[in-house]
Design a protein around this ligand. Structure first.
Ligand code: NAP
Ligand code: HSE
Length: 433
């Protein structure tokens, strides 16, 4: 007799796991219409089976024994929403080894061990989908793999971390200092008690490595991403940025020129007229420039119980549809292009510079000469008295410079008698394609 249902094992029953159960319960009829099968959650793996759960679910499904999911031949799909590297990695590889399909929301794991997991899936003819791992509820991975399959992506810019975008938005809207806003975000539960992964850009870097791998079809690794977080961004940087017509965002950038690629996460000035400048609060957005389609942008919630769970359950629907068509394990295109990373001399952008200098005749001329020696010209300049008029603060937006030239300028400035401090140096993006 033909199967009426598909059984899944849910690993993790926290924020996302709870959302997955809610969506499957609430949308069962629609899911069944789309896939032809009802989706049945056979077992739910947790750490603490005694914990009270704010949701009704079938009695007897909770377990602390992973083998009761992995070794159950009736369970065809494992949904991993435990998080972290271990034991999630072993569970996923174990599931694939046994021929089970996998859906995961785990960006840490996919950014670090995605290649190994996808290889195992291919070997076993299984599906692995991980839409929820980047930008939560925004269906960006499917868009890159399917929607852009006929195009060549030249550039992606992403606001892919809600915590830092909340902090940067508050700093911009209220003129507040980073440390004040971080404390408030922690008190409200938006930021973790240990916020390092978010504020130092590591979470966004993992997501950008995943986006770049899928968008450029090259095997990008986490260590290929240049990372700088927001902890050194001051309210003065933001205020001067605004005065010059920009917002500062923690921006993930993935750019391809010919075959050479650069991927970074760093505080970046974006023109106020650019759609990314008005992505505020905990929202995420990914801007994608395809050579044929031009500019596109995907916007929405980057986290949260139901938004993230919709991405997980949509992946599940794809697994079930693939099963019906007999094409599991054949939908993924493994990265097939050689990875060519740009040298610093090939990474071009405009820059925002804020420096404190001696307030003496000829100082501005010396600074502009130093930049001119590296072929860097200026687009905008503000000079203000600083330190009760004893010094001056110069704020500049340059025209295009290579990263290596800008690094050389900064190293030279740090040794100049007339320069007291180089306060800030950020990239400026979004004015071109
Ligand atoms: P969470 O609320 O902390 O839930 C984790 C769940 O996993 C809990 O049910 C916990 O069990 C269970 N668990 C943890 N370690 C386990 C172990 N060793 N064995 C068995 N069960 C274990 O996490 P979450 O926020 O749902 O996140 C899950 C995943 O989704 C992560 O990879 C995260 O990066 C990703 N993600 C989350 C969001 C979001 O908005 N939260 C958005 C995008 C992606 P107990 O319930 O018994 O403690
Ligand atoms: N810590 C992440 C963020 C959660 O702030 O965006 C979603 O991955």
């Amino acid at each position: 007799m033909e199967k009426q249902s598909i059984k899944l094992g849910l690993m993790g029953f926290g924020t996302v796991g709870t959302g997955v159960v809610r969506i499957i319960q609430a949308h069962q009829e629609d899911l069944q219409k789309q896939t032809g099968l009802s989706i049945e959650i056979s077992r739910i793996l947790v750490q603490d089976a005694e914990k009270s759960r704010n949701i009704s679910f079938m009695e007897g499904t909770l377990t602390t024994d992973p083998a009761s999911l992995l070794d159950d031949p009736e369970i065809e799909v494992i949904v991993e929403v435990i998080g972290g590297i271990h034991p999630a990695k072993e569970y996923i590889l174990g599931a694939l080894e046994r021929g089970k399909h996998v859906v995961t929301a785990n960006k840490d794991l996919m950014a670090l061990h995605g290649a190994e997991i996808l290889e195992k899936a291919q070997e076993k003819g299984c599906d692995v989908f991980y839409e929820a791992s980047v930008a939560g509820g925004i269906p960006i991975l499917r868009a890159l793999v399917e929607g852009f399959s006929s195009d060549r992506i030249a550039k992606m810019m992403g606001i892919v971390n809600g915590t830092t975008n909340y902090i940067m938005t508050k700093m911009s809207q209220e003129g507040a200092e980073y440390s004040e806003v971080l404390k408030e975000a922690q008190a409200l539960g938006y930021a973790e008690q240990d916020p390092t992964s978010d504020v130092e850009g590591f979470d966004a870097a993992r997501k950008m490595a995943i986006l770049a791998t899928l968008g450029f079809r090259v095997p990008m690794k986490l260590e290929d991403v240049d990372v700088k977080g927001i902890s050194s961004v001051s309210k003065e940087d933001i205020a001067y940025g605004k005065q010059l017509g920009y917002e500062i965002k923690l921006l993930g950038l993935a750019r391809r020129d010919e075959e050479a690629i650069e991927v970074s996460v760093q505080p970046t000035l974006v023109p106020k007229s650019h759609p990314l400048a008005s992505v505020n609060g905990v929202f995420n957005a990914v801007y994608v420039h395809g050579e044929a389609v031009g500019e596109t942008m995907f916007y929405g919630p980057g986290a949260g119980e139901l938004p993230t769970a919709t991405a997980v359950v949509s992946d599940l629907v794809t697994v079930v549809k693939n099963r019906k068509l007999g094409v599991n394990g054949r939908g993924m295109v493994a990265p097939y292009k050689e990875k060519v990373l740009k040298e610093d001399s090939e990474k071009f952008s405009k820059y925002f510079l804020r420096i404190v200098v001696a307030d003496k005749r000829g100082v501005l001329a010396q600074i502009t000469q130093l930049l001119a020696d590296k072929n860097i010209s200026l687009e905008q300049v503000i000079q203000q008295p600083f330190n009760n008029g004893r010094e001056a603060e110069i704020i500049m937006i340059t025209h295009m410079s290579s990263k290596s030239d800008m690094d050389a300028v900064l190293a030279y400035m740090a040794q100049m008698d007339i320069v007291s401090t180089v306060q800030s140096c950020y990239r400026v993006e979004g004015g071109d394609k």
